[in-house]
Structure formats: C-alpha cells, structure tokens
Design a binder for this molecule. Structure first.
Ligand SMILES: Cc1cc2nc3c(=O)[nH]c(=O)nc-3n(C[C@H](O)[C@H](O)[C@H](O)COP(=O)(O)OP(=O)(O)OC[C@H]3O[C@@H](n4cnc5c(N)ncnc54)[C@H](O)[C@@H]3O)c2cc1C
Length: 406
C-alpha cells in the first residue's frame, strides 16, 4: 500500500465505477464518485427489474469464451476476470448480506432477485468507507497538470476544476440514456486522440417487417426450443415475437455476426428434434389445411405458423411445410434502436489501454466497464465484466498490488 493516500475521482456510479471506488477506498485512498444523475446505479436498478442476473456459474474457460471485442487482448482479459471471477462475485454479494443462487442454465441471481437491496447496502458501505458521492455532477473534460489530472466538471452552481492523482472513467455505453449512459464521453475522449470504436446496439432485439396479419396472430407468442442459425453459428433457446420483430437470448448472441451482414437473416429450425421425414410421416394422410394439421400433429406453435404463412404464403404439401419448418429463413431489417437495448458493443479501443486499463495517452486515467470495447451475451457476463474491469482499474488507480479479491 502506498504511504500517502491517493486522491482518486471515479466518473460514473454504475457497477464498474462503484467497484473501482470500493477497492480504491479499501486501500485508504480518498475517493470521490461523480455522477451526472441525481443518484448512482440507475442502470443497475433497471437491470434488476426482472431479476438481477449478476454473474454466471460457468467454469472459467467457457466463461472467458463469452467475451469478444475488436482486438480484445486474451491474456489481459483473462487476468482481469481471474482477479474478480464469479466466485469473487458471490463472496462480494454475501459480504453485503445477500446470498446468491444459480439456475440450471447457469445464471446467478441474488436471493433478493432485485437490485435495489444490493445497491442500497453497497452505497451505504461505500459511504462508511469514506467514499464521497457528488451527484448531478457532469464530467466535461480533463487535462494533465504536472503529476495530477485536472477535471472539469459541471454542477448546478456552474463549471469548476479539481485536481486528482488518478481518475477512473466508468461512464458506461449508450443504451438506456435516461439512466445516464449517454455516450457523450465519446467525442471528449476522441478530442484527446483516443480511438473509440463506434457504440452499437448489442444484446438487442431485431426488427422484422411483420404484416398486420402476422402481428395480430403472433405478437407476444414465444417460440420455444428452437435452433437459430446464422451461417455456421448456432444458438439454441427461445425467442419472443414482438410487435416489431424478435427478442431473446439466441438472437442477442448472434448480434455480432448479424451486424456484419449487408442483408441480415436468421434461419430457424422450429422442430429440431424431428427430421423432415419424421415430420412428413406424422402428417400421414393430410392433404389440406397443412398449418392446422401441423399445429395438431407437430405441435407447431401459432407464432411459427404466422411467420411461415407471411414469408412463404400458402403451402401445397406436408413435404414443403416440413422443409420450411426445419429451415425457415427470416430476413431482419435491423437491430432495435440503441436507446432501448441491453448493452452496446464498441468503446475505448484496446490499443489505447495498458495492462492496467490506463489510457496510454493520458497517464493516471483509467477506464472500466461497458465503455471499453468488449461485449458479451446476457447471462450475467456483462455485470461480471463491469465488476472485473472496475476492480482492476480501481486497484491500479490506487497503485496497489496484488489485486484484492473480496
Ligand atoms: C434492461 C437491461 C437489463 C440488463 N440486465 C442485465 C443483467 O441481468 N445482467 C447483466 O450482467 N447485465 C445486465 N444489463 C447490462 C448492465 O446493466 C450494464 O452492462 C452495466 O450497468 C454497465 O455498467 P457500467 O458501470 O459500465 O455503466 P453504467 O451502469 O451505464 O453506469 C454509467 C454511469 O456513468 C454516469 N455518467 C455517464 N456519463 C457521465 C458524465 N459525463 N459525467 C458523470 N457521470 C456520467 C451515468 O449517469 C451512469 O450512472 C442490463 C441492461 C439493461 C439496459
């Protein structure tokens, strides 16, 4: 531990910033959290609305494989995650008096399910550790000033400057801007010569040109136990038909590939446990009303029937329908707008960061959380990535080794 306490500013009170504040304060540093909104953790609370999936119980190797990003440095990323892994996350929740449990699919939730009790206890603990919270304080810019960094911040009284030994930037991506994650930091860092990969919708629904007829029949219908393919890539799970298109984990996981396609399209196998021959056999003597018969004999859902009817028109034979059911091509018109998606891809380019997540062009300025160019599917991997990078950046800002793991 360094002998003189460091004076550290954290910009952004999401999970990444709060974890950075926590580990830095634990070293005895003076920590101030600035956030543009009236309170911290607003997206954390949104994430917890339908159950806060805080991490995943997957083993380390399959866990690490969930992450991607342009030039994501494999070794470095492994170290960040190993320094604060899913076990550490469980211990951390327990240290706040909150037990966690894993579902059979590996998703880990706090027993409280909601995020509010965790956030309340977390902020209280941070206050007890001496962390100073400055809300309604918008970061505008920074400059190197000798060994220190001078921040330019706007609050209701006006704009002021303040010096710190180190800064952790943890301002999130650009989804759900009403929670404070507006992405307004991008041009500011770009002015300092920092490369930022474009923030794009990730973990998002995709739009399909449903007709009114399809919408009337299929909106809100789930498509259970399906195989969703893009080229060689396969995702298994469930999709939900929405007013505008499709939502659900399989399509979220395929987003990276879909974004690269000029004409994005998925191929769904609605009956993955049956062969075409088996499906045809089950139709036996059916000679008409193939959709009605398929609902009865194949248990083909209403939603699937509506989609096939829109995309392929009337059906002349069981063989034709069986082929479509096994490989239904659905053109997508684009991802949902960035404002409403779960997370964004893109962010501060890896090349700009050293092994401690410090900006090479701005010494003593560190980055953490979703504002760095990594992405992951839903399932608790996003939160873990935010905590892990917050952990590393907070410790590095406090100039402490080895990494804390609590
Ligand atoms: C609907 C929804 C559900 C989700 N569910 C889950 C889930 O179950 N599991 C999971 O792992 N992930 C989930 N996520 C994703 C997860 O919430 C985010 O990845 C995570 O919150 C990002 O953390 P962060 O600390 O990087 O940034 P954020 O949480 O976005 O926080 C950034 C903070 O920075 C502040 N800020 C921004 N700019 C400035 C500025 N200029 N000056 C001062 N302050 C600023 C903002 O006000 C905000 O408080 C969900 C997201 C959404 C939208």
């Amino acid at each position: 531990m360094s002998s003189t306490p460091r004076n550290i500013a954290i910009i952004g009170g999401g999970p990444a910033g709060l974890r950075a504040a926590e580990v830095a304060a634990a070293t005895g540093a003076f920590v101030t959290v600035f956030d543009a909104k009236p309170s911290v953790g607003r997206k954390f609370l949104v994430a917890g609305k339908s159950g806060l999936n805080i991490t995943n119980s997957a083993d380390f190797e399959p866990f690490v494989e969930q992450y991607s990003g342009k030039d994501l440095p494999d070794d470095q990323w492994r170290k960040q995650l190993a320094a604060f892994d899913n076990t550490a996350m469980g211990k951390w929740a327990k240290s706040l008096g909150i037990n966690t449990f894993a579902t059979s699919g590996g998703k880990v939730f706090p027993e409280t399910k909601k995020a509010a009790p965790i956030l309340r206890r977390w902020v209280q603990r941070l206050r007890e550790m001496g962390v100073d919270f400055q809300m309604n304080h918008q970061w505008l810019d920074l400059q190197k000033k000798g060994e220190s960094i001078e921040l330019e911040i706007e609050c209701k009284e006006g704009v002021f400057n303040q010096d710190f030994d180190a800064i952790v930037l943890a301002m999130g991506g650009a989804s759900w801007p009403k929670t404070g994650s507006t992405g307004k930091w991008v041009p500011i860092l770009e002015q300092h010569g920092i490369t930022v990969e474009t923030l794009q919708s990730a973990n998002c629904g995709w739009e399909c040109d449903w007709t009114d007829e399809t919408r009337i029949v299929a909106e809100a219908c789930p498509l259970h136990n399906i195989h969703v393919r893009v080229g060689e890539e396969l995702q298994i799970g469930e999709l939900l038909i929405t007013r505008y298109g499709l939502e659900g984990a399989p399509i979220y996981a395929l987003a990276q590939t879909l974004r690269r396609m000029a004409a994005p399209e998925i191929v769904i196998d609605f009956k993955p446990t049956f062969t075409i021959e088996r499906l045809v056999h089950k139709m036996e003597s059916a000679r008409k009303d193939f959709f009605k018969e398929a609902q009865l004999r194949w248990k083909l859902s209403m939603g699937a029937c509506a989609i096939i009817r829109q995309l392929y028109g009337e059906i002349d034979s069981a063989q034709q329908l069986a082929k479509i059911v096994k490989a239904c091509r659905i053109p997508l018109s684009g991802p949902r707008p960035i404002d409403e998606v779960i997370s964004t891809s893109g962010g501060v380019a890896w090349d700009e960061l050293d092994a401690n997540l410090m900006l090479k062009k701005l010494p003593n300025v560190y980055c953490a959380g979703e504002m760095i160019d990594w992405e992951a599917p839903t399932g608790g991997f996003l939160m873990q990535g935010c905590f892990a990078t917050g952990n590393s950046a907070g410790l590095a800002a406090a100039k402490v080794q080895p990494y804390l793991n609590t």
